[in-house]
Structures are given as C-alpha cells and as structure tokens.
Design a protein around this ligand. Sequence first.
Ligand code: ADE
Length: 237
Amino acid sequence: MRIDILTLFPEVFGPFFSTSIVGRAVAAGLLLPRMVDFREFTRDRHRKVDDRPFGGGPGMVIQCEPVFGAVEAVERSAAGNPMRILLTPQGEPLTQQVVEELAWWDWLILLCGHYEGFDERVRTGLNPREISIGDYVLSGGEPAAMVLIDAVVRLLPGSLGDQMSAVDETFSSGLLEYPQYTRPREYRGMHAPEILLSGDHQRIAAWRRQQAMERTRQRRPDLLNPQDAGREDTDAS
Ligand code: ADE
C-alpha cells in the first residue's frame, strides 16, 4: 500500500515509520510511505501556507494553493486511483469497519491540517473523505494520520507475524478481548485461571468467549446492541 502524507510537519513521522509493526511493514515493502510538505507548493517567498480568515476571527487558515498543488503533484507522480482522506474532528468516526474498508485500497493520500483548518474550498474542490479519530480536538492531523495508518497496516496481509491475532481481537469479533496471562502462574498472590493451564482447548475457547462477552456487557454494552448506541443523546423520554 502506498500512503502519501501531506503535512506541514513531515519530520514527526520518522520514528513512527521505523518502529514496531509499522516499521516492519515498511522494511518488508508492504507499506510505501511518503511525506510531502505543503510548503513545497507555495509561491510565497517565505514559504507561508496560511493566512488570516476572511470575516475575521482567531487563528490562521491553510490556503488552497499549497494543498491543491501538493495533491495534484502526488497524483501526477503515479498511475492509480488513490483515496483522498482529510483528517478532521468534523469527519466520520474512524471505526474498525472503516479501517477494514481502507485496507482494501492500494493508495491513500492523507491531508493533515493545522491552525484553524483548511480553506473550505479544499473540501469542495478536492472532495476528500473526512475522517475523525474521536470527539476531541488535536492541534494537528498528524497524530490522527498515525492512528489511521497503524490500524490499517495491521490488516495488510503479512504485516503481523501471527495472522490470527488480527482476527481474534477486540472489534473484529464485535467483542472486547478476553483477558490474557503468561508466566509466572502466580504473581504477588494473583493466580492465572487454572483453566488456561488445563490443556483443554475446547474449554479454554469457551471460557474466553464467555469472558469476552461478560467484559463487553460490562464495559461496552453499546457494542452488543448497536441499535441502542447513543440513544440517551437522541431519546428525550
Ligand atoms: N485533527 C484535529 N483533531 C482531529 C481529530 N479528532 N480527528 C482527526 N483529525 C483531527
């Protein structure tokens, strides 16, 4: 998968692309990341990419020219059909279902904003898919891009040593994960459940299913009854 990240701060991605699962995917050639600096696409002598908002107000707005210029240059550089994504708290929530959809694409272009955001014509003119990683405001789209990339990379065939671990875990199954234990059997008076040491794989699987269900019921009942999720916000009764 090719990923172009359009940003004002390309340097923050260095360790991200060379560490852990993401680093391995890059080293194996499964992931081809490229950072593109908006400042390379401004005609301003001082490489300025933002300006004050029309109508007044606080903050600065990223101008159209460097953004359109960067997207068009990236898309001209290769044949293909990339998905354009703009990271913004105004976007659709990033869920495992969205992540699974993105993992099918072979080319993503991620637009990371800063300041008070992009000139609205970036949205109307480039028509990116807008994605939010949660209901809070970051100072820039870069950490959101890393979250999205990390979640997508784990689904690329060959990126995890053990392919089962992507299938069994929280959210792919619709349930939270069951508790895990490793050696020693006892630590500070706390014991690993006997059943996990029993060698009876059928009973272990049943125990794990039951634990996952119980944990989900207690912590995230909305995952078991998606039709009820958010009802307290909309239902006045
Ligand atoms: N940029 C700033 N805040 C964000 C968020 N919550 N999700 C995605 N991009 C963002």
